[in-house]
Design a protein around this ligand. Structure first.
Ligand SMILES: *Cc1c(COP(=O)(O)O)cnc(C)c1O
Length: 465
């Protein structure tokens, strides 16, 4: 076997990558032509690529590296656990200390009525668990007809067949026969793009009441659960108007619909609280977790389940589970991550230091001619690109073109900022310092300036008619 290491020339790594590695959410031929960016190492909030560039990671990987890169404590814990017990499963009446400790710790951090955890290897798997768990819950309660799960357009809940069906991403539904039966999608509370002349408050209320309309149309005896991210992440960091979530909670309570909060991004400090559910003031029956649970150092996810739902599920056999449910190494690493978040008071840093600094920098971009609005909650923010601020106009060119051009200028300025169509999103490591936030802001502005000039020169600043 020949050694493929960072010492190979970038072009060679890129050619081998294109020849043998199929990438997620990527056009393979385009990647082969341009070559993937090769990341070689990372420390704190900075990535290094094979050309020696130091790139500020404004996305914390994929919204997950909450404690930042390079924390050797997690590597040490992983090595120790691999030597002691690298693997054992949690099927068939067995368990081990790392999974027990992690479950107990998660229960202590979660709202007081959520005390049991069903583990998975990822957020997608955890949401697949949720589909089966809520349907099984109602069946065991003698109401098997309650099987419909209501979700939202432009939601992201994962990429497996089940979780991709829960999600509301049209390009995903177009491939591979999604959604599965009995998943229903209502409109999202995205005021800037869809609110028209309504005030954000009225619009938020109306979009929440779409849930009630859907329940009444299908019959409450048919609806098992409503699933949503407290704040949509991959959809473009869509922050609902303040009227939205209280109304959703009222409707779920009224019609006995289980509420699943997908906390895969919002959980573990991203919104300034342990969970986004606290930030938006809801009381979910199940919370989906992954990403920040281990700060991405190991693949692990799960469902935190209310006492009420767990009591019913535990009364029979739940024929469900993954080989890696509660994997000992992943559990030990996640536990160490939670220890660091608590002992280093990372949430305190977010609330008192990082959040105020990031909000100031982010809203400071609002005066840019390409920026229609800036929004941010905790450490997740987005801005809308527009050719005309006043009318909240979309571009005449294809949706996502302006976002893509801006993202490329971010890359060129050593900043990772993602685009979702024509929204730019950030979600940096929670441990980012004020100096690093200043750098982030400068690079973002530079990238916006360059993108603006480019669009202007090419005559692309035209609103859609
Ligand atoms: C990323 C994400 C998922 C899927 O998690 P994976 O670990 O990629 O399977 C689910 N829900 C939300 C809200 C996410 O952001």
């Amino acid at each position: 076997m020949s050694a493929i290491t960072n010492h190979l020339p970038t072009a060679e790594l890129q050619a081998l990558d294109a020849a043998h590695h199929m990438h997620p959410f990527t056009t393979g031929n385009e990647l082969a032509e341009r070559g993937a960016r090769v990341i070689t190492r990372a420390e704190g909030v900075y990535l290094t690529d094979s050309e020696g560039n130091e790139i500020l990671d404004g996305m914390a990987g994929l919204w997950c590296v909450n404690i930042g890169y390079g924390r050797h404590e997690l590597a040490d814990v992983a090595a120790r656990q691999m030597r002691e017990l690298p693997y054992y499963n949690t099927f068939f009446m067995t368990t081990h200390a790392p999974v027990i400790a992690l479950a107990k710790e998660i229960a202590s951090l979660a709202p007081s009525h959520l005390n049991q955890v069903f583990f998975a290897g990822s957020g997608s798997e955890a949401n697949d668990t949720n589909i089966r768990m809520v349907r099984t819950y109602w069946a065991m309660k003698g109401k098997p007809s309650k099987s419909i799960i209501i979700s939202r357009k432009n939601a992201y809940h994962g990429s497996s067949v089940g979780s991709g069906s829960l999600g509301g991403m049209t390009p995903m539904h177009e491939q591979g026969g999604l959604p599965i039966p009995d998943i229903h999608h209502i409109d999202q509370p995205y005021w800037w793009a869809e609110g028209g002349d309504a005030t954000p408050e009225d619009f938020g209320l109306a979009r929440a009441q779409d849930l009630e309309k859907a329940i009444l149309a299908m019959g409450e005896d048919r609806v098992a659960a409503f699933i949503a991210e407290p704040i949509q992440g991959a959809g473009g960091v869509i922050i609902p108007p303040a009227t939205y979530w209280p109304e959703i909670q009222r409707i779920c309570d009224k019609y006995e619909i289980l509420l699943i909060a997908d906390e895969v991004i919002c959980g573990f400090g991203r919104t300034g609280n342990w969970f986004g559910s606290e930030t938006v003031g809801i009381k979910p029956d199940i919370m989906t977790i992954a990403k920040g649970l281990s700060s991405g150092y190991q693949p692990i996810g799960g469902s935190i389940v209310s006492d009420e739902v767990a009591d019913v599920i535990n009364s029979g056999e739940f024929n469900h589970g993954y080989t890696y449910s509660g994997h000992p190494v992943a559990s030990a690493v996640a536990l160490e991550n939670l220890r660091i978040l608590q002992e280093e008071n990372v949430l305190g840093h977010v609330r008192d230091v990082a959040m105020p600094a990031l909000h100031e920098v982010w809203h400071g971009l609002n005066d840019h001619p390409l920026v229609g609005e800036t929004t941010i909650v905790g450490m997740m923010g987005s801005l809308a690109l527009t050719p005309d601020k006043d009318s909240r106009a979309k571009f005449a060119m294809d949706a996502g073109t302006a976002g893509y051009m801006t993202r490329e200028r971010c890359f060129a300025n050593n900043l990772i900022m993602r685009h979702v169509y024509d929204r730019m999103v950030i979600s940096p490591p929670l441990v980012i310092t004020p100096e690093e936030i200043t750098t982030l802001g400068k690079r973002a502005r530079q990238a916006l300036d360059e993108a603006y000039t480019q669009m202007k020169d090419q005559g692309l600043l035209k609103p859609a008619s």
